[in-house]
Design a protein around this ligand. Sequence first.
Ligand code: HEC
Length: 140
Amino acid sequence: MKHQFRLFWVTAFAAQLAGGVGQAQDAAFGGEIYKTYCAVCHGKAGAGDGMVGELFAQRPANLKHLSRGNGGVFPTERVTDAIYGRGKIAGHGPTKMPIWGGYFMAEALESRAIDPAEAAMITKGRVLSVVAYLETLQEE
Ligand code: HEC
């Protein structure tokens, strides 16, 4: 099962590389990642009301209001950095956000068939897909 799951990522990512997959499909791929890794804290619909998130003193961000909080423009770079876990999030101290860049990287490397360069590409593909998905959640 776990193996199948990993194979899914690799296959899905290879498909992305091969075929100029459009934004919509990236976002669908990102939606799967979101459900698996993010919803527990940020909530099913991204409103920051996930079950685990409720236990935090520092509440997970409402991911539907990222554009609203940035003058109506989706803050692609900030969001990407927040997910990778590099730098800190403006206005917060050290972040309570898990470092997904490192996590996805480690997970990809668990498979011996993958070298670090490939793992880095898979990681980037996953992070960018989830960013594309978050962009679709934005409310005015
Ligand atoms: C263990 C709980 C937890 C999980 C799981 C989690 N987050 Fe977060 N996240 C947080 C918290 C808490 C914050 C609040 C900001 C901070 O800590 O600085 C946050 C902040 C963010 C931000 C920053 C928002 C901003 O205003 O810049 C983004 C983007 C984000 N999370 C996306 C994600 C994505 C995508 C995933 C899944 C890959 C995820 N988070 C999984 C807890 C979590």
